[in-house]
Design a protein around this ligand. Structure first.
Ligand code: AFP
Length: 338
């Protein structure tokens, strides 16, 4: 049983002690990420009081209008993580190119990828948003990392996590030894272990999908949702519930807490781009967390974490959550393919 009031730093150090030869570099990197998330949490909490709501009137690499807080959060993440000597380079959903560590700072052995403010369309309406991050090892003997060095499948991730800026601020992370959740105690400014070893219920009667895209869906997705909507009288013999927050962090957190499936599938609207969600900043880190919590994550045809990325801002279809439900959706894809 874990004792009360374990801080995230203490937890990470205790985890590190169990890894032979660990230098403490990784622990320090995680601490810098935690600091960045606390700063973003503070900005999100203050909202209109500190003038950070609204549009930045710029577009990001994804062609999406950036919110002021997208730009500020990106900057916070870079400034918190560039100086300490743990990273070789960073990549952000908000930046076209990778961000090499400036020459005045020492260079380290890790690569950091992040989506500084996921679900930012929610920020002006005061609904939950989050930060997602993923850590990879830089290839050995690489002096100046390039985009190519980041193109590693999700199975290579050393750590993935998210901060959720909701009614309480939480940090959820995995280093491949289960998934653990920490709640920010605002009074002392520390994340405290609150959700040890989160596990996703294998069965569920809750789904999350943007129903406004229904007319663009493929037959397997239409079949699954139609069966859910048919409720007790339908083939599933159960009434289902639906949620859509438009903030992947909040959706994944709900699934970790009470099960369910989340889908942003391939459809006729997004198929030219390969999907809607970003492989490196959203799909891979969330898949690592979901799998470590006993859930499943797929494109419908393949395990997301095994995709060999071809470019930094690649998009993929995403179907993740409770194992039994995800398996069912995959079987519908396989049947349709036959
Ligand atoms: P933003 O960060 O641009 O708001 O995108 C959020 C997101 O990538 C993901 O968190 C949501 O699940 C999804 O997009 C919402 O997409 P819709 O706008 O189509 O509902």
């Amino acid at each position: 049983m874990h004792k009360n009031r374990t801080t995230i730093t203490q937890f990470i150090i205790e985890e590190q002690r169990q890894i032979k030869g660990a230098s403490g570099d990784f622990t320090s990197l995680l601490n810098d990420i935690v600091t960045a998330c606390k700063v973003i949490s503070n900005l999100v909490n203050h909202g209109a009081l500190v003038g950070i709501l609204g549009s930045a009137e710029t577009d990001n690499i994804q062609g999406e209008v950036q919110k002021k807080l997208d730009v500020i959060s990106n900057d916070v993440f870079i400034k918190s993580n560039e100086w300490a000597g743990h990273l070789a380079a960073m990549a952000s959903e908000e930046m076209e190119e990778i961000y090499p560590i400036p020459v005045q700072y020492p260079r380290g052995k890790y690569l950091l990828l992040f989506d500084p403010l996921d679900g930012s369309s929610n920020i002006d309406v005061n609904v939950s948003v989050g930060t997602i991050f993923s850590i990879l090892r830089a290839p050995e003997n690489v002096d100046k990392p390039t985009e190519q060095d980041f193109l590693q499948p999700g199975t290579e991730q050393l750590c993935a996590g998210y901060a959720l800026y909701g009614p309480s601020t939480m940090m959820v992370l995995t280093t491949g030894r289960g998934v653990h959740g920490f709640t920010l105690d605002q009074n002392i400014g520390e994340f405290i272990l609150s959700h040890y070893n989160l596990k996703i219920a294998p069965d569920s009667v809750e789904f999350a999908i943007n129903m406004s895209n229904q007319r663009f869906w493929t037959p397997p997705i239409t079949r699954y949702i139609d069966e859910c909507l048919a409720g007790k009288e339908g083939p599933r013999g159960n009434d289902f519930n639906m949620r859509w927050i438009a903030s992947m962090v909040a959706e994944v957190h709900r699934i970790l807490t009470r099960g369910g499936v989340f889908m942003y599938p391939l459809d006729s609207k997004n198929q030219d781009k390969g999907g809607r969600l970003r492989l490196m900043y959203e799909a891979n880190p969330m898949s690592f967390i979901i799998e470590q919590a006993g859930g499943m994550s797929s494109t419908g045809l393949a395990r997301i974490m095994e995709i060999q990325p071809t470019h930094l801002h690649q998009r993929v279809p995403v179907i993740l959550g409770s194992k039994t439900e995800v398996k069912r959706i995959l079987s519908y894809h396989q049947e349709a393919a036959r």
